[in-house]
Design a protein around this ligand. Sequence first.
Ligand SMILES: C[S@@+](CC[C@H](N)C(=O)[O-])C[C@H]1O[C@@H](n2cnc3c(N)ncnc32)[C@H](O)[C@@H]1O
Length: 207
Amino acid sequence: MEHSEKIRRRYDRIAGVFNFMDRAMTKGTNKWREKPFTMIKGTKILEIGVGTGANLPYYSPEHQVTAIDFSSKMLRHAHNLVNELELNVTLLEMDAQNLSFDDHTFDTVLTSCVFCSVPAPLLGLSEIKRVLKPHGRLVMLEHVLSDKPVLNKIMNVANPLVVKVSGANINRTTKFNLEKAGFDVEEEDLWLDILKLFVATPKELHL
Ligand SMILES: C[S@@+](CC[C@H](N)C(=O)[O-])C[C@H]1O[C@@H](n2cnc3c(N)ncnc32)[C@H](O)[C@@H]1O
């Protein structure tokens, strides 16, 4: 996919300054990062779009973590962190839209600020559903399009420029996508109605 390649290369390019940009945008607070970890269940965990590894220190020693990203340069920083902190994490270069894991492998799949960039979000979410165990859970910390009319308009108009500069979309409708991909979804607003915590479970379980 040509578009995927473009986004992957963009993350390769910004990998060296990503941590600096991220700290500037979150004003040095990690309070939002901690939130998804209160929702993890089970021990076999897959993190999608691990980036430079900012979430990795939050896992408990009992978690068996596999973390993937399609940008080799972002992963290089994650590797350095894993070595520095002597974390027990398996890092793999892989596209979320084409996971190489068997069906029903993981208890929890976790993402943070990833589905703003995944080029075909429905494909990525379907892959996550496939690799989740039947009673597994998807936990996502993601920014989405606001429902508030003025903000909604601004975000839609600004989106093409933001994608060009950062590779991330600011107008994703992630709850809609999750439901379309076959998940039941609970959501919590963390900042306005833009930064959200989603906890999603495969729908079939509730039939
Ligand atoms: C904004 S960064 C967030 C990184 C990390 N999750 C964090 O919270 O700091 C988005 C990451 O998702 C990765 N990503 C985007 N689309 C992806 C895909 N289709 N497959 C794998 N990784 C992807 C990017 O390479 C990048 O490292």
